[in-house]
Write a protein that binds this ligand. Structure first.
Ligand code: SF4
Length: 229
């Protein structure tokens, strides 16, 4: 059985990118109502051990070797930091002189053990989707005790000491964060986290796009406001 899955290799800024999912199924510390992967049966925030992981590491090693990869993008079904071998995965990639980009929802980045792991990556992506405590609990359904305030401060804390490139992805969601007041609040969050790059996204793909997607025009307006913070 193989735990890792791969996307077709692509070129980004002249670099050969290998995108890998290191989770055999969804494991996440959130359970967002709009998650493209579906409901979480494994809502956890402790690391999980998966079977046959040594074979998966060997396969990753071969994929890098045989395809002249420049960058491995760890983009998983849930929170990649929850794979108990994430350290070994990053070490393997780095030992081959290849860069690592890690996608995380960002909550765990403020915790020492995860901060240390993410610090080894050349690029880390953190994200935010809703901007009030009530919405965070209602639509992102995190593990009990999580707060939006801590979510934001975890990413700020991480980036304060991180030497790599921190990319912050903000998803604009109709009815949740697409009004003027919300945009101002997002600006403050961006200032607090102080990322190297901001990406503005919106709900894509049905059934979420119809209900939660914003128009092209509004998307452009908000992007212009947020990309010039
Ligand atoms: S944080 Fe991402 S992977 Fe986790 S439940 Fe939300 S949308 Fe899905």
């Amino acid at each position: 059985m193989n735990n890792f899955s791969y996307k077709e290799i692509y070129i980004e800024d002249g670099k050969r990118v290998l995108e890998v999912d290191i989770l055999p199924e969804k494991y996440c510390n959130f359970d967002c109502i709009f998650c493209p992967i579906g409901r979480t049966h494994n809502k956890v925030d402790v690391q999980q051990a998966f079977k046959e992981i040594d074979n998966s590491l060997k396969e990753l090693d071969n994929m890098i070797e045989n395809n002249e990869i420049d960058l491995v993008y760890i983009n998983s079904k849930g929170e990649a930091l929850l794979n108990s071998r994430i350290n070994d995965i990053i070490d393997l990639i780095k030992s081959k002189g290849v860069s690592v980009r890690l996608l995380s929802n960002g909550y765990l980045l403020g915790k020492d053990e995860y901060m240390e792991i993410a610090n080894k990556c050349d690029e880390v992506i953190g994200e935010i989707k809703v901007i009030t405590e009530v919405d965070f609990q209602k639509v992102q359904r995190p593990i009990g005790g999580y707060t939006l305030e801590e979510y934001i401060s975890n990413m700020a804390l991480f980036n304060k000491q991180y030497e790599g490139k921190f990319i912050f992805e903000v998803t604009i969601i109709k009815g949740y964060n697409d009004d003027e007041e919300s945009v101002e609040k997002i600006k403050d969050i961006i200032k607090k986290i102080s990322p190297d790059e901001v990406i503005i996204a919106r709900m894509e793909g049905e059934p979420f796009k119809k209900k939660l997607g914003i128009s092209d025009e509004r998307f452009e307006q908000i992007s212009n406001l947020l990309l010039n913070v």
